[in-house]
Design a protein around this ligand. Structure first.
Ligand SMILES: C[S@@+](CC[C@H](N)C(=O)[O-])C[C@H]1O[C@@H](n2cnc3c(N)ncnc32)[C@H](O)[C@@H]1O
Length: 324
């Protein structure tokens, strides 16, 4: 009797893990840091003294909430607030509360790859700000574009906070921004958080804390592969390593194999060999200056309409509008 082999269709996660670990040099996407454990680790990172980004953006949103509100509500019509990679919404809640206190008519649509973080956000909002119409949506930034693409004439304000844009290399960022720009009308805004170039040591410390929380967060991608794809990564045999190039403004995270080792990923029927000190590149965290943001905006059909900085000029929120 002839044996029939049922072809298995790989999920996007499985496909990308296979691709990244069989490439040379090896790489994995930082979007896969975030499961329930990864979300909790990122929330711990935001509380670390070294991770200045959260405090800076928190201060900007607190200080400029009324200017930002005036801008978003300038046509006195309801608007739609779409947030890409919303996370726990800690900083967004400053704006949500202010908008609600001002009786602005708006709908909040947080989008995130992590269902667990969205569940937490929905729950906390229903307790803290139950009056807000919140419609969470699970998906990637690119999938979110379809959600943005509505034609009912309501102003869209797209929030992209936390310097999430910094996870994309300039070329990818331009491609992504272009796709967003194509879906935007003259009256819409893109509200973009960008971490700025600064003392390189301050940046390195933010991604390499002494308590090792960032190391745990980085290794969570291996922990996910272990639990979801039945693999046997020994997390203790990999070292978290961070570099920052002050010329390009690019911070990069790696996991470095400390020994020669072979890892089996059962669900992918795959064995991956590592030489001693071989790397897996896991994240980029791009740092910006005004000229670079202006260039990115121009390349993707936007113009900078407004900008807000924190008192140390560590971080900026830029308001972009379509230039065409
Ligand atoms: C660095 S955290 C920032 C969270 C929040 N914006 C803030 O500023 O606190 C990134 C968030 O974006 C989500 N995320 C990362 N990559 C994503 C992607 N490609 N598509 C959708 N969500 C993504 C993660 O799950 C996480 O909640």
């Amino acid at each position: 009797m002839q044996e029939t082999i049922t072809p298995t269709i790989e999920t996007q996660f499985e496909k990308e893990i296979r691709q990244g670990l069989t490439d040379f040099p090896k790489h994995l996407s930082s979007k896969y840091f975030y499961d329930e454990k990864g979300d909790a680790l990122f929330q711990a990172i935001m509380k670390m003294p070294e991770y200045y980004l959260t405090d800076c953006e928190f201060d900007i949103l607190t200080q400029y909430q009324s200017e930002i509100g005036t801008l978003f509500s300038s046509d006195n019509k309801p608007f739609k607030l779409i947030e890409l990679g919303a996370g726990d919404g800690k900083k967004t809640k400053i704006l949500l509360k202010y908008f609600s206190d001002q009786n602005y008519k708006f709908k909040y649509q947080p989008i995130d790859i992590s269902q667990s973080v969205l569940n937490g956000l929905k729950k906390s909002l229903s307790e803290e700000l139950p009056q807000i119409n919140t419609v969470p949506k699970q998906g990637t930034y690119f999938e979110a574009l379809k959600e943005i693409n509505d034609e009912n004439g309501t102003r869209k304000v797209i929030l992209f906070l936390g310097s999430n844009i910094g996870n994309l290399l300039h070329k990818q960022a331009i491609e992504f921004l272009k796709s967003v720009q194509e879906l935007m009308h003259k009256n819409d805004f893109l509200f973009l958080g960008c971490d700025l170039k600064k003392n390189p040591q301050t940046i390195l410390d933010a991604y390499n804390d002494k308590a090792g929380i960032t190391a745990k967060f980085n290794k969570n991608i291996l922990a996910r592969i272990n639990s979801e794809l039945d693999a046997n990564f020994d997390l203790g045999a990999f070292r978290h390593w961070e570099v920052y190039d002050p010329e390009t403004g690019t911070a990069k995270s790696f996991l470095v194999s400390e020994i020669a080792q072979t890892v089996r990923i059962e669900k992918l029927n795959l064995e991956i060999s590592f030489s001693p000190w071989e790397t897996i590149h896991t994240e980029i965290s791009q740092k910006y200056d005004d000229a670079t943001v202006k260039w990115l905006a121009e390349q993707s059909g936007f113009e900078i309409y407004e900008q807000y900085a924190d008192k140390n000029n560590y971080y900026k929120n830029y308001v972009l509008r379509t230039a065409r």
